[in-house]
Design a protein around this ligand. Sequence first.
Ligand SMILES: Nc1ncnc2c1ncn2[C@@H]1O[C@H](COP(=O)(O)OP(=O)(O)O)[C@@H](O)[C@H]1O
Ligand SMILES: [Mg+2]
Length: 340
Amino acid sequence: MSLLEVRDLSVEFDTLDGPVHAVRDLSFSLDAGESLGIVGESGSGKTVSVLTLMRLLPSNARVTSGQVLLDGTDILRLSEKQMRAVRGKRVSMVFQDPMTALNPVERISKQVGNTVEYHDHKATRQQVRRRVVETLESVGVPDAERRADQYPHQWSGGMRQRAVIAMALINEPELIVADEPTTALDATVQAQVLDVLRQARADRGCSLVLISHDLGVVREVADDVLVMYAGTKAEYCDRETIFADARHPYTRALIRARPGWGPRTERLFTIAGRPPDLLDVPEGCPFVPRCTESEGLQACRTTVPPLLEVGPQHVAACHRARELDNLGDLTPVGADGGAG
Ligand SMILES: Nc1ncnc2c1ncn2[C@@H]1O[C@H](COP(=O)(O)OP(=O)(O)O)[C@@H](O)[C@H]1O
Ligand SMILES: [Mg+2]
């Protein structure tokens, strides 16, 4: 059985302009110890999807259908009290901006320690302290014994994100969800923080859902990749296949839009147009106004594409997915393919 299974999840927001369909019929699963990367442009429903599985959606959001099974239990049906025993314990989350997760006027040691005490009422002060220091050390905080007693503003952005990751790890969760954990950091620090996540997963054997708008980031860490477009699953496959045999024109556009990730002969391009207005998603395929492959195929304009199976554990929501098998490998030049 999968550790996490999301089945046919749909989430709507009530807005003054009407219902916004942020996530539609989304399904995916994750085995224990596996990592899944979720990619897509801003507004594609990545954050809403994972906030649903933490049960942290804003009050104007509604889950209109679906299940989120953690070890077979639908967490959408748990009471808030039962959910509090899951959140931060069995599943924990790392957000984009470490400052939103940290209290500026409390010492790091206290904040990380609170996460332990919240779930373990019997731990003594010394035990909590030792776990805090050990966990900070495990995510690469130097001189953790001393630095633990500092305040967040005394730490750099990268170190603060390590503290947040330590908070996420300290109760030994089965699943960590990291939503754009490196987006707010500069490039060198990004790579270090990804390393911390990769290492944590290797050391602890926990599962990881990593969200990014950047396929390169996902490729560094994830075993499998879920590409989202306009709240739906556009493509799903393993990390090797995504560059070697992506079938959804959107996935291919994402790859080619990334600096340094196309074949050298190909000029970098951006994806023309914008994602659809989720208040009013057009008929047919949501990607059609921006698609380079839809010409002459009426179905693209009239029928939502089904998820076509195009290989083992590989699906793409494109009417042409099975034809688009000879578009060529987009594996980055010089990629070793062995990261992680
Ligand atoms: N608080 C909100 N109120 C109304 N609509 C929202 C709200 N948050 C998100 N949405 C809608 O949900 C869509 C998906 O948002 P989100 O999951 O945050 O995207 P991503 O994380 O992929 O950038 C947005 O495009 C927006 O239309
Ligand atoms: Mg987001």
